[in-house]
Structures are given as structure tokens and as C-alpha cells.
Design a protein around this ligand. Structure first.
Ligand SMILES: [Zn+2]
Length: 156
């Protein structure tokens, strides 16, 4: 049997209750089971739910975006940034390395601290989820490895 397509609303907070992300007021999220579209710690817990269910799911940093890697934090002299670039804390940029986004976390005089960790690395996540719909994926979705139609992030 084909895997399932699960559509759900969620509110994501950290342990202190600060909202990080939410699908409320927007479209619910859909994913194809077993393709790694959502973090495994969340998918494992959603597996046992059915349409209409609500659940608060805690996912430790280890099972979400991992712990912070101190080796991805660098102290870069301001002179290495393009001239005239307005630098500020929270600014994000990419380098030649694929898949790594750096965030400026501090600026001290001529030294700029940049962090290549995922913004949610080291954060224990709390998902408040509500299952909107569960259906069996079509053969086409399985062969493409993603969801089509309503809630799909991919149109063609
Ligand atoms: Zn497709």
C-alpha cells in the first residue's frame, strides 16, 4: 500500500512558549510519509493520529535540528564583507558553501560573529498540531516523492 499524505495545522513554540512558526491563518501543511519532508521526531508522533486529532508534541533538539555546533561559529573581520554593506545582527547570508546559511549574531567593533548553525539548532520544539486530513498517496505522488494538489508545495 502507498504511504499516506497527512495534512495538518500546527503552531510551533519553544519551551518558553515563544511562537516560532504557525500555519494558523494560512494553509495547513501537507507531507508525504517517509520522505523526510518534516522532522522525524514529529512524523513519528503524528503516525498514530487520525483526522481531527489534536496533540501537543515535544521534540527534543536532538531529534529536530540537532545541537549547536560551535565549529560553525566564526569571528569575521568587517573588512571581509563587501564594502558599504550595512551589517546588522540577525542578517542572514550565504557563502559558496551550499546549504549553509550564516546569521550575524553579534557585532563588536571590527569583528562580526557569524553562526552557520540552523536557527533552531539546540532548541527543544513544541508542536501543537491538529490533523486536517489523511489520505493514501497516489502512485504519481509516490513516484515524484512529493504531494500534489491542495497543500502540496509543488505545482506542475
Ligand atoms: Zn510531482
Amino acid at each position: 500500500m502507498n504511504p499516506r499524505v497527512v495534512t495538518f495545522h500546527y503552531k510551533l513554540t519553544d519551551k518558553e512558549g515563544n511562537e516560532i512558526d504557525s500555519s494558523q491563518g494560512s494553509h495547513p501543511l501537507s507531507y508525504l510519509e517517509g520522505t523526510g519532508q518534516i522532522i522525524s521526531g514529529l512524523e513519528d508522533e503524528i503516525k498514530g493520529l487520525t483526522t481531527g486529532d489534536k496533540k501537543v508534541i515535544s521534540v527534543s533538539a536532538d531529534k529536530a535540528y540537532g545541537q549547536k555546533n560551535p565549529e560553525l561559529v566564526f569571528d569575521v573581520p568587517k573588512s571581509q564583507f563587501p564594502e558599504g554593506e550595512e551589517l546588522s545582527v540577525g542578517m542572514m547570508f550565504q557563502t559558496d558553501e551550499p546549504d549553509t546559511v550564516y546569521t550575524i549574531t553579534d557585532i563588536k567593533g571590527e569583528s562580526v560573529i557569524v553562526d552557520g548553525n540552523h536557527p533552531l539548532a539546540g532548541v527543544d520544539l513544541i508542536f501543537d498540531v491538529q490533523i486536517v486530513n489523511i489520505r493514501i498517496a497516489t502512485d504519481e505522488e509516490v513516484s515524484h516523492g512529493h504531494v500534489h494538489g491542495e497543500g502540496g508545495h509543488h505545482h506542475h
